[in-house]
Design a protein around this ligand. Structure first.
Ligand SMILES: Nc1ncnc2c1ncn2[C@@H]1O[C@H](COP(=O)(O)OP(=O)(O)OP(=O)(O)O)[C@@H](O)[C@H]1O
Ligand SMILES: [Mg+2]
Length: 244
């Protein structure tokens, strides 16, 4: 559980493609923050820079007081040293591993003792209500259950920060609604610092403490759902919230 500080974070591809530019934000400990914006606005890129899967070309990133990446000082902490859990946009559960093994995988990589793996995995499966299905193979699960496997895998390392990239986009409306509530209550229960990416404003406004509205790589507004709905800071924000 940590604060995340973005200080003038940027990602420049080649000489003139700014995927993200001058991104400034502090995500507080235990806070649920959503990145909201249209396709291509830089949401995934920003998230991947937090995870260390993408290197910021500008600015610096801190978790609490620890600099995890600083473009100028050439500091870059690799993903495995960041203790960040991430569930990807096209979440992948491994089809040839059962639920238990899917979730155990990150712990096996770390060569953690078998009995510890057993109890940690079952603990997290209980949290996402999959403990009774631990022996099932992915093809024997519903979309929502598969999604919860991916979530459990993101949680099993007890990450200090959890990143979710459009985790519910493959689910039908009813299940999406249930999962929104489940994720939010799990986040509160565990006191997780959570960054959530979505282009669905209803989702962002329903789940988040604060929302970051982005467009074309730039932050348009940071605020509570109430502030953004009632005091849109730019014309883009005004149009975006009214066109959906
Ligand atoms: N390797 C790359 N080289 C050049 N440009 C890239 C590269 N990867 C991403 N981009 C560009 O960076 C911008 C931001 O992409 P990103 O994936 O962060 O968007 P996004 O907000 O997650 O969109 P979506 O909602 O469609 O997932 C896009 O314009 C994209 O084309
Ligand atoms: Mg994306």
């Amino acid at each position: 559980m940590s604060q995340v500080h973005f200080d003038e974070i940027g990602k420049l591809y080649g000489v003139d493609v700014w995927a993200v530019r001058s991104f400034n934000l502090t995500v507080n400990e235990g806070e649920f923050v959503s990145f909201l914006g249209p396709s291509g606005c830089g949401k995934t890129t920003t998230l991947r820079m937090v995870a260390g899967l993408e290197r910021n070309t500008h600015g610096s990133l801190r978790f609490d007081n620890e600099v995890v990446s600083d473009a100028k000082a050439k500091i870059f902490l690799p993903p495995e040293k960041r203790h960040v859990g991430m569930v990807f946009q096209s979440y992948a559960v491994w089809p040839h591993m059962n639920v238990f093994e899917n979730v155990a995988y990150p712990l096996r990589l770390k060569k953690i003792e078998k009995s510890v793996i057993q109890s940690e995995v079952m603990g997290v499966l209980k949290k996402v209500e999959l403990d009774l299905l631990s022996e099932r193979m992915p093809h024997q699960l519903s979309g929502g259950q598969q999604q919860r496997v991916a979530l459990a895998r993101g949680l099993v390392m007890k990450p200090r920060i959890l990143l979710l990239d459009e985790p519910l986009s493959n689910l039908d409306a009813k299940l999406r609604e249930k999962m929104r509530k489940d994720i939010r209550s799990l986040q509160k229960e565990l006191g997780l610092t959570l960054i959530y990416v979505t282009h669905d404003q209803a989702e962002a406004f329903q789940m988040s403490d604060r929302v970051v509205v982005m467009n074309a790589g730039a932050v348009q507004q940071v605020g509570t759902p109430h502030e953004i709905l009632n005091q849109p800071a730019t014309n883009f924000v005004k149009d975006f919230i009214h066109s959906h």
